[in-house]
Write a protein that binds this ligand. Structure first.
Ligand code: ATP
Ligand code: MG
Length: 777
């Protein structure tokens, strides 16, 4: 074990690591070493003689858990590190629940429903209860159920909770309690839990089984939690249940980074610790190790605008660094182009690997244009979120069969594949089976298997098909029971179901990519079995494989390739991570802060914390960009710069207007000192805050180089339709959607005049003059 590990900490950090006498809260700003303290504290505990399997460390993402484990491995070796109970709340609780499932009315092979399963189940229930699908929208229903579970409210409590009932009545959803109850009952009948259930039932387990609670209280000698500001009530209650008596608890957090209140997270949990543990010791870390002084100060000036926060000191001995760059773009296309070209430029100039670049956005939908621009420049990237590998249709189909092999009561898996590949079991039949299952409160599989439960009206042909299906599934269940390893069973399933052969017949590019994905899935299973076998771990069954897969969230999806890549992710997913270079895109009103936050000061504060998280991911370089127009929900809308730009002290910013526009761009990048360009900081801040800038106002690169040119007073009109007479070849134009470009051809021969434009951000496009709106620059 590394002897000098304590030397790698400053005095405050060391004090926090060495303190093991009671409950402890470390509260400190971004980049001050909170996660480092947790990591080293685990090493310290091992050093003091704590057994690794008695240390419980909880994180929010698998990625965070993985990174922590890697650090610890370096210090104490792989063998010891592998024995730690370290992982996300969800994965650790799933493990505890599998060992005790019978006590709460489940079997240990319970399925974990992902969000698509939950949605499909809600739809079934709403339909079955004959409620209006436009009012009982799946997202609203799921959010209500999730909120209840995270607050530890059962369907029975929900039904008598006056406030909740009143709120549902106002939302015209008076039956919500019944939907929640039906959802719970269907999950139980299917032997399934959703993500929230993993927290909810862990609490039920510990609450209703005092001996189990006692067992885990004694078993875990130390509990450590990262990012405590984002725990919800259920997580908070479980953590305090486990450690209330022993006081062996260390949590770290930063109230300024609380960004999950929409999922029930509550900063109050941190403050509540003081009441739960009267002997709580609070530690502060004040030195930031991550970012340049400019970045720290900029982020500090931003978060200062929030009223609701615990005051903190931050200092840094890092270099001052360069100002944060603020870049105005004409459109989202141009923004993507700018970011892509800045990434490749900066990569060459700084020598940083692609891994040191992150592009952060507020919503997943923003990634598509960025991906396109990066592909054009051959910049390899990895995207967290969106459709992860396990969310792709063909992979989900195969996984649904895997789930059936483990737990045939899994209704959502069954509905997905009962007629896929097509075997002539029609929708009417399935609906009848579902109806019967709901009425008898059993799973659909039970209905299929028991002839006395069969709904009336199934003809002999249908019965034969159902029998064949049941035989197929029963065969998989049998193979699993007889101990086939995951790789053998997965191959058998993909072969016998015909999932693969079905694709072979269809030689389209999509089908080939689907075949690759299925092959990739099998490779993954094989690798899993081999790795486990090498480690001497005999848990190589399909259930063991699925235990990992069902908790792989979108945010954790990772590319297997070793190639270095730029990271694209939402700001939420970036929490806790760091990169040398960070690009935050779409820094606009109605996007960041989100349109949904506009009416609520509390939500605006949360969005501001989110921006604080985004900026503080950067070690050296940070760029904030916004567009004058953006393609959203099927149309181009005008955008205004975010108020958060005005919240940051201009001293730490530098405004760059349109630059690096391809071949025609000036060699020297025209940057304008932010404050000076705005003719006084007061005015500049107002101009960013003012809702006045509603339409995109093109600024040419020539104008931007002129001293005194400002973003808001730039010449150039709004985008309009032009006639052939106004145009000539080689003229530069700015298009609302495609950004800047050069007219390469004018064609007025036909009835409708057209121009061909070589856009900087996309390829050549031909536009019909009677429709195209652009500005001449
Ligand atoms: P966040 O709030 O963003 O999660 P954090 O407080 O958890 O940040 P860490 O990620 O632990 O901060 O640390 C930030 C960076 O500073 C890491 O790269 C870490 O290795 C480095 N660091 C922290 N403390 C020290 C130290 N004493 N010496 C050298 N580097 C340090
Ligand atoms: Mg951290």
């Amino acid at each position: 074990m590394a002897e000098n590990y304590l030397d790698r900490l400053n005095e405050q950090q060391r004090a926090a690591v060495e303190y093991c006498d009671g409950p402890q809260l470390v509260i400190a700003g971004a980049g001050s070493g909170k996660t480092r303290v947790l990591t080293y504290k685990i090493v310290h505990l091992l050093r003091l003689g704590f057994e690794p399997w008695r240390i419980l460390a909880l994180t929010f993402t698998n990625k965070a858990a993985r990174e922590m484990r890697e650090r610890i491995e370096e210090l104490v070796g792989r063998e010891t590190a592998s024995k730690l109970w370290m992982g996300t709340f969800h994965s650790i609780f799933a493990r505890i629940l599998r060992s005790n499932a019978e006590l709460i009315g489940f079997k240990s092979n319970f399925t974990i429903y992902d969000s698509a399963d939950s949605k499909s189940l809600v739809k079934t229930i709403v339909k079955d209860m004959q409620l209006d699908e436009k009012i009982y929208k799946p997202a609203a229903v799921i959010s209500a159920i999730s909120g209840a579970k995270n607050a530890l409210v059962s369907p029975e409590d929900y039904a008598i909770s006056r406030d909740v009932i009143e709120a549902d009545r106002r939302a015209k959803r008076p039956e919500m309690y019944a939907v929640y109850r039906a959802y719970r009952d269907r999950c139980v009948a299917s032997g399934a839990m959703d993500f929230d259930d993993l927290l909810y039932y862990t609490n039920v387990l510990l609450r209703d089984n005092p001996d189990v609670l006692r067992h885990y209280r004694e078993f875990f000698r130390y509990v450590l939690v990262d990012e405590y500001q984002d725990t919800n009530f259920a997580q908070h209650v479980i953590v305090t249940q486990l450690t209330r008596e022993s006081g062996k608890l260390c949590v770290v957090g930063d109230d300024a980074q609380s960004i999950y209140s929409f999922r029930g997270a509550n900063i109050r949990n941190i403050l509540d610790l003081r009441h739960t543990y009267t002997d709580l010791s609070t530690f502060k870390l004040e030195r930031n190790y991550r970012s340049t002084r400019n970045i720290i100060n900029a982020a500090g000036s931003l978060i200062d605008k929030n009223r609701d926060q615990i005051p903190k000191q931050v200092y840094s001995e890092n270099e001052k660094g360069v100002p944060i760059e603020v870049v105005k773009c004409y459109s989202d296309f141009e923004e993507a182009y700018q970011v892509a070209s800045r990434v490749s430029q900066l990569k060459m100039r700084s020598g940083d690997s692609a891994e040191e670049f992150a592009i952060l956005y507020r919503t997943n939908a923003q990634s598509r244009v960025l991906e396109e621009a990066l592909r054009k420049r051959n910049v390899p990237y990895r995207i967290y979120g969106g459709l992860s590998f396990y969310q792709r249709k063909e992979v989900k189909d195969a996984i649904a069969y895997f789930r059936m092999a483990l737990n045939p009561d899994d209704d959502e898996a069954l509905k997905r594949i009962i007629n896929f590949p097509a075997r002539g079991i029609g929708e009417t039949t399935v609906n009848r089976l579902v109806r019967r299952a709901i009425d008898d409160n059993v799973s659909i599989w039970t209905v299929i298997q028991q002839p006395d439960l069969h709904p009336a009206g199934l003809n002999a042909g249908t019965m034969r098909k159902l029998d064949a299906f049941a035989g197929l599934i029963a065969g998989f269940v049998q193979s699993n029971r007889s101990g086939d390893d995951a790789s053998v069973l997965a191959t058998e399933i993909i072969d016998r179901t015909g999932l693969f052969t079905m694709l072979l017949h269809d030689n389209t590019p999509e089908s080939i990519s689907k075949q690759d994905n299925l092959q990739e899935l099998l490779n993954g299973v094989k690798e899993f079995v081999e790795t486990r076998t090498e480690e001497g771990n005999s848990a190589t069954g399909l259930a063991d494989f699925m235990a990992e897969v069902s908790l792989a969230t979108d945010q954790d999806s990772d590319s297997d390739s070793d190639e270095e890549r730029v990271t694209l992710m939402t700001v939420h997913a970036a929490k806790g991570l760091e990169f040398n270079n960070v690009f935050v895109v779409g820094v606009e009103e109605e996007l960041f802060p989100s349109a949904m936050a506009q009416d609520s000061p509390a939500q605006i504060e949360e969005e501001r914390r989110l921006m604080y998280v985004a900026i503080t991911r950067a070690r050296k370089f940070c760029m904030l960009s916004y567009a004058g127009s953006r393609f959203r929900n099927g149309q181009t809308v005008a955008c205004r710069p975010s108020r958060f730009l005005g919240d940051i002290d201009p001293e730490f910013l530098r405004l760059s207007t349109n630059d690096v526009l391809g071949a025609s761009a000036p060699k020297v990048r025209p940057t304008v000192n932010y404050a000076a360009s705005m003719a006084g900081s007061a005015r500049s801040l107002n101009s960013l805050r003012s809702p006045g800038i509603t339409a995109p106002r093109p600024v040419s690169s020539r104008q931007a180089t002129t001293a005194g040119a400002t973003a808001s007073s730039a010449a150039g009109g709004d985008y309009t339709v032009h006639s052939v007479g106004e145009l000539s070849e080689n003229m530069r134009i700015e298009h609302a959607k495609f950004g800047g470009g050069l007219i390469v051809k004018i064609d007025s021969s036909g009835p409708d005049a057209r121009i061909t434009v070589k856009f900087d951000s996309t390829d050549e496009r031909t536009l019909m003059l009677k429709f195209a709106k652009f500005a001449i620059v």
